[in-house]
Design a protein around this ligand. Structure first.
Ligand SMILES: [Cu+2]
Length: 466
């Protein structure tokens, strides 16, 4: 009897294994025909980890089902089978009644929101299928992070002008961190989108094109615009479409622009934001260096650092718990500074916060902001000698300082756990040491003779020589 049972067990296991194997083969053949082998070969490395997880959960579910069936079979108990069925039915009923089932088989299935129009923050499951189907149309971008040095030059005009700006909304694939891929939605294939610069009184003509490869509508809301939706009502573009609208820059200041297509926070948190500076008529004081940094959040499924193509997480968005917080779209590569200046030079940083959830406590480690234009406002109060300034979601700030000491100035969101999620960038300062201001040793040590000083670099722990 026992022997028979064991044979049975092995036979059933064999069937299960054969079934799984056949299912795998048939799925692979269907996928090759559906996507084409080339697309599949590109896609597979990106979804490798998801595939492994899928196989793992399938094995576990099949084994568990087999285990339960064996118990029921061995006990020959209809009552036990009925009890198990009731447990499963009860659990499903509980889940169904817990929250409203969302339309369109959206993921996660039990989410409910109260956004105007009822749009869900997540992506309907059908969009994921459409995404995979259109995979070959997406462009892979080598480096999604906008170069912080790409600030348009100061405006020297003394008269208003007509300024034409062209932007393209494009959905691309790029790396958040090494091996971690995300489907970014962008302006001009970079995050943040390009920094724009106009002069108070200018008439600005914005032309927005939605790239033909896009799966979603997009538009643009510039906070510098006076008018409904900040331009959003005039710029909704379907994939492949182009629209133009004009506006007059009435208020000087530094403003966020972003996509405002419902669900707005979903579009924002895929990377669709940037800064526009409306220079005051009298211009801004001249500085040696200007930098462009926008903080942003990425909400992805699974843990931080999960490799492969990560999927957007609507639940995390509603909870305002991003996996990644970036200064310019992605994690800084190997801590290599992308900004540099010299001792004695002055710098201005145009800082924005694309959000969507967190207030940035913007702070330069080892430096003090001599001047801050709070909330990016120009023409009102300015602040002097500031350590940390608040940059609100959908807001900005202009900060200025002079570099006195060589070494690294690490810019951070001083809610410092966010550094672990990527919220930092480095300005490398080169030049002569300035021991009168900063040096190792006691205050009695002579420092006026340069020969007696060993240059100390950032973090090297060099000591004064005697
Ligand atoms: Cu959009």
């Amino acid at each position: 009897m026992k022997n028979e049972d064991t044979k049975d067990t092995f036979r059933h296991l064999g069937y299960a294994a054969f079934g799984l194997f056949s299912f795998g083969i048939v799925s692979a053949v269907i996928m090759i025909f559906y996507f084409g082998l080339d697309n599949l070969l590109t896609l597979l490395p990106l979804i490798y980890y998801s595939v492994v997880q899928g196989v793992a959960i399938t094995i576990a579910v099949v084994a568990l089902s087999f285990f339960v069936l064996r118990i029921v079979y061995r006990l020959h108990s209809k009552l036990l089978a009925l009890t198990l069925a009731v447990i499963v039915a009860g659990a499903l009923l509980y889940m169904w009644a817990d929250k409203t089932y969302s339309p369109h088989f959206a993921m996660p299935a039990f989410m409910h929101v109260y956004h105007p129009g009822g749009s869900l923050p997540d992506l309907p499951f059908k969009n994921v299928l459409v995404f995979i189907k259109n995979f070959k149309n997406f462009e892979f971008v080598e480096d999604i992070g906008a170069d912080p040095n790409t600030v348009p030059p100061p405006i020297n005009r003394t008269e208003p002008a007509l300024v034409r700006i062209e932007l393209t909304a494009q959905e691309v694939i790029s790396e958040v961190a090494p091996g971690v891929y995300f489907n970014y939605w962008t302006f001009n294939k970079q995050v943040p989108g390009p920094m724009l610069r106009v002069r108070e009184g200018d008439t600005v003509e914005v032309t927005l094109t939605n790239h033909h490869s896009s799966l979603h509508h997009h538009n643009i809301d510039l906070h510098a615009v006076t008018g409904p939706g900040g331009g959003a009502t005039l710029s909704k573009v379907n994939p492949g479409e182009t629209r133009t609208f004009s506006w007059k820059a009435l208020n000087p200041g530094l403003y966020i622009y972003h996509c405002a297509t419902p669900n707005v926070s979903t579009h924002n948190s895929h990377g669709q934001y940037g800064l526009i500076l409306v220079e005051p008529k009298e211009g801004l004081q001249k500085v040696d260096k200007e930098f462009y940094i926008v903080q942003g959040e990425l909400y992805t499924k699974g843990v931080i650092g999960k490799k492969g193509l990560t999927i957007f997480d609507g639940d995390a968005l509603l909870d305002e718990e991003p996996n990644y917080i970036t200064f310019n779209g992605r994690i800084e590569k190997d801590g290599i500074p992308r900004m540099s200046m010299k001792v004695g030079e002055t710098a201005r940083i145009y800082v924005g916060n694309g959000g969507v959830g967190l207030i940035s406590s913007f702070h330069p480690i080892g430096e003090i902001f001599d001047t801050v234009y709070p909330e990016g406002g120009i023409g009102g109060n300015i602040l002097k000698n500031i350590q940390t300034t608040a940059v609100l979601p959908g807001g900005a700030a202009i900060v200025e300082f002079k570099a006195e000491i060589p070494g690294a100035i690490v810019l951070v969101d001083h809610a410092l756990a966010r550094m672990n999620k990527g919220a930092w960038a480095i300005i490398n300062v080169e030049g002569e040491e300035n021991p009168e201001i900063y040096r190792p040793g006691t205050s009695d040590d002579p420092f006026t003779q340069g020969s007696q000083v060993t240059p100390a670099s950032y973090g090297s722990g060099s000591e004064m020589s005697h």
